[in-house]
Design a protein around this ligand. Structure first.
Ligand code: PDD
Length: 283
């Protein structure tokens, strides 16, 4: 069975699936997306992902290409037809195809594309392994709460991090506070043991994994604060970690080559990885 992609109403062999050269996603990054993790063939927290997609579309005045329940059905169908158990489904909606002009086209229909990708099953052992990050300036636009495909600054920072031998980059704003990773949210544990992650405003993407972890944190009665934290606080943190649909929870054990805490995944992040594995590891 060939791997399929969904493009505007059709399930096509992935290798030959195409959108038009004048798609506005391609020309202007005039498009939004979601990446939904799959465990055992089921989507992790689909309501939150489709809720965030709805918000991105509304803020950019792009219509839903198909009703929400139809989009959910298409995503489920593609995952089933591709036989994916562990991995993710990628959903992209652009403003559509029109002759190139910055203004919104009068009559374009939004384009809908979906693909799936297999990954290794969730593994608390892998999730619990520490990674190193580097710090890079955050040169993105000021609406990072919208999940648009305009990701060039993220791409550049990620490559920079890899070139430096790190797993990812954490991005630093002009005030010297950390916004987020290139495709993940950033967390620290302060000296007194308080979890800190940045407030979900226009400066960051409000991660679905971030929200899931906040649920776990509340359930466990752990102390936490949603607020910006500085580079200095991060470097002095007892523990640090990142969260995303594709990386779950990953302990951060080095920042710019300096160890975080004792340079090993700490007790709090290990506890959260275990709680996450229990809640979302096998759906
Ligand atoms: N990115 N911040 C940014 C900038 C992101 O791109 C992402 C996710 C997150 C975490 O969000 P979530 O927990 O909903 O995955 C935070 C996806 C995975 C991507 O672009 O591939």
């Amino acid at each position: 069975m060939p791997r399929l992609a969904y493009v505007n109403g059709r399930y096509l062999p992935h290798g030959g699936a195409r959108v038009h050269v004048e798609d506005r996603g391609y020309q202007f990054a005039d498009a939004v997306y979601e990446v939904i993790a799959l465990r055992g063939g089921r989507q992790v927290e689909p309501e939150r992902h489709f809720g965030r997609l709805d918000r991105s579309l509304r803020e950019l005045r792009i219509d839903w290409p198909v009703p929400r329940h139809v989009m959910r059905f298409v995503a489920e169908t593609l995952v089933r037809r591709n036989g994916v158990r562990d991995g993710y489904v990628y959903i992209q909606v652009s403003r559509g195809v029109a002759p190139r002009d910055h203004a919104f086209p009068a009559a374009a229909r939004p384009s809908l594309v979906m693909t799936t990708r297999r990954t290794r099953p969730f593994d608390a052992g892998v999730a619990g392994r520490g990674v190193g990050i580097v710090l890079r300036p955050d040169i993105r636009w000021k609406r990072r709460d919208l999940k648009t495909v305009g990701l060039l600054p993220n791409v550049m920072a990620k490559q920079d991090a890899l070139d430096a031998g790190a797993f990812d980059a954490w991005l630093v704003d002009d005030a010297g506070t950390i916004t987020e990773g290139t495709a993940s949210n950033a967390w620290i544990v302060t000296g007194p043991g308080v979890l800190v992650t940045r407030t979900a405003d226009a400066d960051i993407l409000n991660g679905v994994t971030r929200l899931g972890v906040l649920d776990l944190v509340r359930e466990a009665g752990l102390r936490f604060e949603e607020r910006p934290f500085t580079v200095d606080e991060a470097k002095r943190a007892r523990e640090a970690f990142l969260t995303s649909s594709t990386n779950w929870i990953r302990p951060v054990v080095a920042i710019d080559g300096d160890p975080v805490g004792d340079g090993e995944p700490g007790p709090l992040v290990r506890r959260l990885v275990a709680a996450y594995a229990e809640s979302f590891g096998a759906v």
